[in-house]
Design a binder for this molecule. Structure first.
Ligand SMILES: C[S@@+](CC[C@H](N)C(=O)[O-])C[C@H]1O[C@@H](n2cnc3c(N)ncnc32)[C@H](O)[C@@H]1O
Length: 298
């Protein structure tokens, strides 16, 4: 974490803030184009789930370097999109791209979405592309997000399905385990797979005040680099922590394994692995009362 994170963070999110506002976030910002390209296969399905209209005001949770915020802002050409993220590095990057390329109705703010005091009922839709699985207390976080969405407004998420359905994480963790038993966090611990279980999604979002919760499965190829060498650099920056604790022999084995799997998946037009994700849609119940003032975020 940059000496101390500049915004209020829930104590249960301190570890995530340390990672995302520290080296992990810096790596994502330095490799933003790689990350956006790796997951680009899901862009169409995600934007279809978000279903942003011209006049919408959109909240992008865990927006990272801001690609989906910019896409949403373009779709909401007479509205706006606000991206919030724990990472000062990624928020700075998102702001720079937006200042350079637009759109002018996209803005970014460093915040912990679990506790940030959003203005109530100000957004038509809250979206997140793989940025809403890291909350220490997901019900508290989604309750806070629901409060920021107007009655009748919507939630649209992209989340990973379980590791068993994701060839990329199985291949990389098997390679880098080099015969060890790599610790696997409990499925409900904050992390990329914490909203993989449809029952848990229903329970968490239902308890947070959302209704009509629908999951749709998607499978896409993920891109990890132009060739095996390029992908090795990218993957080691992302998952290099899996090598921690290996002795020299184990390290050599792990790196050989990684080279072997990346080479086997080098298609000649990119290193590609299978992946599986959910798009999740939900609604904040109720209807805006015609006497309600229309609130807009500043
Ligand atoms: C896997 S990245 C996805 C980034 C971005 N949505 C994208 O698709 O490129 C997860 C993001 O969630 C952010 N994040 C995690 N916990 C958060 C929280 N409590 N509040 C706001 N952002 C959070 C991280 O900082 C990180 O940028």
């Amino acid at each position: 974490m940059s000496a101390e994170i500049a915004v209020k963070v829930d104590p249960g999110n301190t570890e995530q803030a340390r990672a995302w506002d520290g080296n992990e976030g810096a790596y994502w910002a330095d490799n933003a184009e790689y990350f956006d390209r790796s997951i680009a296969g899901y862009d169409v399905a995600f934007m279809a789930a978000a279903d942003v209209s011209e006049h919408d005001h959109v909240l992008d949770i865990g927006c990272g370097t801001g690609k989906t915020t910019r896409d949403a802002a373009r779709a909401a050409s007479s509205g706006s999109a606000l991206g919030v993220d724990l990472s000062s590095h990624m928020i700075a990057y998102a702001g720079q791209v937006s200042a350079r390329e637009g759109p002018p109705n996209a803005s970014f703010e460093q915040a912990d979405a679990q506790v940030h005091p959003f203005i109530a009922e100000v957004f038509d839709v809250a979206i997140s592309r793989t940025g809403a699985m890291f909350f220490g207390d997901p019900v508290a976080a989604f309750t806070n997000i629901a409060r920021a969405v107007r009655r009748g407004g919507r939630l649209a998420l992209l989340t990973w399905q379980a590791p068993e359905a994701n060839e990329w994480i199985r291949a990389f963790s098997t390679a880098m385990a080099a015969g060890r038993d790599l610790r696997t966090p409990p499925p409900d611990a904050p992390g990329p797979f914490s909203l993989a279980d449809p029952e848990r999604v229903q329970t968490v979002l239902g308890a947070s005040g959302f209704t009509d919760i629908q999951l749709e499965p998607h499978s896409e190829a993920m891109w990890f680099g132009a060739d095996a060498d390029d992908a090795q650099r990218f993957v080691l920056g992302l998952l290099g922590w899996m090598l921690e604790g290996l002795d020299d022999e184990g390290m050599r084995r792990a790196l050989d394994n990684l080279t072997a799997t990346l080479t086997a998946h080098d298609t000649g037009h990119g290193v590609l692995y299978g992946s599986a994700a959910w798009t999740i849609r939900a609604t904040r119940p109720g209807k805006r009362d015609s006497n309600d003032p229309v609130r807009r975020h500043p």
